[in-house]
Design a binder for this molecule. Structure first.
Ligand SMILES: NC(=O)c1ccc[n+]([C@@H]2O[C@H](COP(=O)([O-])OP(=O)(O)OC[C@H]3O[C@@H](n4cnc5c(N)ncnc54)[C@H](O)[C@@H]3O)[C@@H](O)[C@H]2O)c1
Length: 325
C-alpha cells in the first residue's frame, strides 16, 4: 500500500470553493451555495467552457439577491488557494458501453483532475460527488496519496436525507425531528441503520410500539427503505438527473468545512479498521470540520447491520478490483 503524502496543515481562510463539473449537479450546488452565504468565492470549472460560462453568467445575474459572493469560471490555477474542491465532473454512459468501461473512464477523469489539484500545490479539502462515489473517492485517495482526512465522498448524505424524509412522511413528524442514517455504499448495497434511528430522541422501535404501528411496521419499514434505494432511479426516469437534494446535501457538507462546525454526517470515508473494515471508502457517521474528516463515530450497530455493512464493503472491494483488470 502507498504511504500517504505529508501535508502541512490547512488552510486559507478565503472560503473559496471550486466546483469541477458545471452540469446539473455542479450548477445546482453552486446556486444553493450562493444563497447559503457560507462561501466567499465560487469558481466553476468544466471542460465545456461554453457551459461553464453560461452557468456563471446566469448565476451572477442573481448577485444583487444573494449574500455577498463572487462567482467566476475557473481553471486549474484556482485549485491553489481553494479551501474546498467539490468534484461533480463525470461522463454519462455511452451507447454500448459497459458499466466497467464507464467506471474506468470516470476513474481516469478523477485521476486527471487530482493531477491538476496536486500540480497546483493545493491544500484544499476535496469532496468527491461523481459516481460511483465510493470507488472514485478511493481512486482519488490512492492516486494522490493524500491523507484520508482530506479526500472524502458525499457518500450517503443524500440517501440519509431521503431516509429522514420518507420516515417523517410515514410518521407525520417534522423531518428535522427525525434522526436516521443510511450507511455503506451510495448504491444498491447500502443499508438502513434502524438501530440508530430515532424520532426526537425516542427510538424508532419504541415510537412504533407506542403509536400502535408495531404490526404494520415490518412492511412499512421495508417500503421506506425501498423508496430510499429507488429514489434516484425514479427521479432520473422522470427528469434525467437528480440535482436539487444533492445540491442541498453538498451545501450541508461544504458549510461544515468552511465554518469548521464539526457536524456529524454519513460521508464516504476510507476506513482503516473501524467497523472491522479496511481500505475501502464507504459511508459511516463522521465528524466534518475545516480539516475534512476529524473522526469516525463507531456506532453500536446490531449484528444484522454490521453484516450488511461488511457486505457493502465487499461489493465495493470487488468494484475496485475490477478497475485493475
Ligand atoms: N453522490 C451523489 O449523491 C450524486 C447525486 C447525483 C449525481 N451524482 C453524480 O454526479 C455526477 C454529475 O452529475 P450531473 O447530473 O451533473 O452530470 P452532467 O453530465 O450534467 O455534468 C457533468 C459535467 O462534468 C463535465 N466534465 C466531464 N469531464 C470533465 C473534466 N475532466 N473536467 C471538468 N469537467 C468535466 C461535463 O462537461 C459535464 O458538464 C455524475 O457522476 C452523477 O452520477 C452523484
Amino acid at each position: 500500500m502507498n504511504k500517504s503524502r505529508k501535508m502541512t496543515p490547512l488552510f486559507s481562510s478565503n472560503r473559496k470553493v471550486v466546483i469541477v463539473g458545471a452540469g446539473a449537479v455542479g450548477a445546482t450546488f453552486a446556486y444553493a451555495l450562493a444563497q447559503d452565504g457560507a462561501a466567499e468565492t465560487i469558481c466553476l470549472i468544466d471542460n465545456n467552457h461554453n457551459l461553464a460560462d453560461g452557468q456563471v453568467s446566469d448565476l451572477s445575474h442573481g448577485l444583487p439577491y444573494y449574500p455577498t459572493v463572487s462567482i467566476s469560471r475557473g481553471d486549474a490555477s484556482d485549485y491553489a488557494d481553494a479551501q474546498v474542491i467539490v468534484i461533480t465532473a463525470g461522463s454519462a454512459q455511452k451507447p454500448g458501453e459497459t458499466r466497467l468501461q464507464l467506471l474506468k473512464r470516470n476513474a481516469s477523469i478523477i485521476e486527471s483532475i487530482m493531477d491538476d489539484i496536486i500540480g497546483a500545490q493545493s491544500r484544499a479539502v476535496v469532496v468527491i460527488v461523481s459516481n460511483p462515489v465510493d470507488v472514485l473517492t478511493k481512486v482519488a485517495l490512492d492516486h494522490s496519496r493524500w491523507p484520508r482526512s482530506h479526500i472524502f465522498g458525499s457518500g450517503t448524505v443524500l440517501d440519509s436525507a431521503r431516509f429522514r424524509y420518507f420516515i417523517s412522511q410515514e410518521m407525520g413528524v417534522d423531518v428535522k425531528s427525525v434522526h436516521a442514517y443510511i450507511l455503506g455504499e451510495h448504491g444498491d448495497s447500502e443499508l438502513p441503520a434502524w438501530s440508530l434511528t430515532n424520532v426526537g430522541g425516542v427510538s424508532i422501535r419504541q415510537y412504533v410500539a407506542s403509536n400502535g404501528m408495531a404490526d404494520s411496521w415490518p412492511e412499512k419499514s421495508n417500503k421506506i427503505f425501498e423508496a430510499v434505494k429507488n429514489s434516484a432511479y425514479h427521479i432520473i426516469d422522470y427528469k434525467g438527473a437528480t440535482n436539487f437534494a444533492v445540491g442541498q446535501a453538498l451545501v450541508h457538507i461544504v458549510r461544515a468545512i468552511l465554518r469548521d462546525s464539526h457536524s456529524v454526517m454519513t460521508v464516504s470515508f476510507q476506513l482503516k479498521g473501524e467497523y472491522g473494515i479496511n481500505d475501502v471508502c464507504l459511508s459511516v457517521p463522521c465528524i466534518v470540520s475545516k480539516e475534512g474528516i476529524g473522526k469516525v463515530l463507531v456506532a453500536d450497530l446490531n449484528q444484522k447491520e454490521l453484516d450488511a455493512l461488511n457486505h457493502s464493503a465487499s461489493v465495493l472491494k470487488q468494484s475496485l478490483e475490477s478497475l485493475s483488470i
